[in-house]
Design a protein around this ligand. Sequence first.
Ligand code: AMP
Ligand code: MG
Length: 531
Amino acid sequence: MVMRNLSYDNRFTSELPQDPITDNHARQVNDALWSFAQPTPVKNPQILAYSPDVATMLGLTTDDMQDLELVQTLGGNAVLEGMTTYATRYGGHQFGNWAGQLGDGRAIYLGELMHEGKRFELQLKGAGETPYSRSADGRAVLRSSLREFLCSEAMHYLGVPTTRALSLVSTGDLVRRDMFYNGNPEMEPGAIVCRVAPSFTRPGHFELMASKGESELLKRFIGFTIDRDFSEWLPTTGLTLDQDNPSPELIEAWFEEICERTAILMAHWMRVGFVHGVMNTDNLSIIGLTIDFGPYGWIDNFDPSWTPNTTDAQGKRYCYGRQPDIGRWNMERLADALATILPNTKGLADAIAHFDNTYMKHLTQSLAGKFGLAGWQDSDGEMVNRIFELMSRAEVDMTLFFTKLAALDIADPSIAVISEAFYTEEGLKQFGDDVQQWLTTYAKRVQQSTLSAEARLDTMRTHNPRYVLRNYMAQEAIDLLTEKGDNSRLLTLLELLKNPYTKQEGMEQFEQKRPDWAREKAGCSMLSCSS
Ligand code: AMP
Ligand code: MG
């Protein structure tokens, strides 16, 4: 037993009020932050993959990861000494509407692990029912679990703030899901992901307390959150924290910090072409991480109106291009909750303005980086919008476009260099001249830039990923695993995506645009929320 040394401090459960009921029936909970919940055992937990880097981050060795007791724990069949198991209470706005209490319906915390002075909340997603499961089963299927596991790691290596994943465990049990919501449920293999983050708190936690008029508890939870999750930020404010009753000034400053982190996150998602797909206020992190990987997707052909979520196909509320607006809208809902305990809303409005400024600053910085410009000039907006419009109309692959653009000969810019990024011959034929003209304009702009050729390439390389987890790539790994029990593609992708900005020998197939067969295939183009 190597893991004896792990230490926990479990502040959430020791400092915040508990739901007095300890059994598992679905219920509304008042005046409490969390309910006791225990994983429901599964038949035969097997580790399909784990992230060696996350293991190391937590102080777990390779031997630990093979340890039977740990495998049983990651599958929900055991609890290690020092861990505490619970589900938290939160609400949220779903698709623009207040949904009331939601909570951790299928995520069970294992407590707060401390390693080298850092705190890590651990959660098992898919470990069985909690008091917040409502009418659902608390389980998760392998396909969605693999997607969460791989994508959270991929995001991290892209340099995008995100929750992490320690392990992907198959349960040996089957889960019933109606994947297409068409009345044809099927039994699918179940799985559990162990997720890791300094905090899994969401705006929805605060919104629910505000909606129930639990003002004292709301203040206390804000105080707790600032003290525990914003401990590095707090000293930068010069303000002092009264944990039971944080001052309005501090709450406003804290909200501004959340707005800033969320705006930066939105700029990252736009840079790498990630579409979250369900940006409800319960699926957003209070500390600015990408959280809750469900029907997410990656942009193949550049299309701002594309949403990967079948439930969102009509409204397109969560499409790629609207993400910054929705991030802001979500901040406004958090502001509404905070307004219930503040004397006025001036500071909140200022913080929302700070969201806009921060987003614009980071967006333009990242666009300058993507296009290899030394800095951003106002006139660049027009140039960038023009190519985005052409890319969208001509169906040009976003990731390939930018990696190819770096190879453009600035002295003699030719469309031949990027023609591979076009999805169709017609697109190339119809828009080729316009794109060629744009390349000429772009080359002139680059020539005026103060960046050396080398610096330009370096900037472009670090802002434009070469490998992203295209939807069809995850689906191929899922198919191989579920049909043949073969996890080799999953492991290949995990390794590949560790270095998304660097060309890797023998990995050419993952640099290609989405193959034709994947265009309309379920899981490769759009995904349902059924998970
Ligand atoms: P999501 O859209 O996945 O973020 O889920 C919204 C809410 O439904 C959250 O409170 C989840 O915990 C809950 N939920 C989703 N799927 C399940 C499930 N299979 N069992 C129990 N609760 C679930
Ligand atoms: Mg969620």
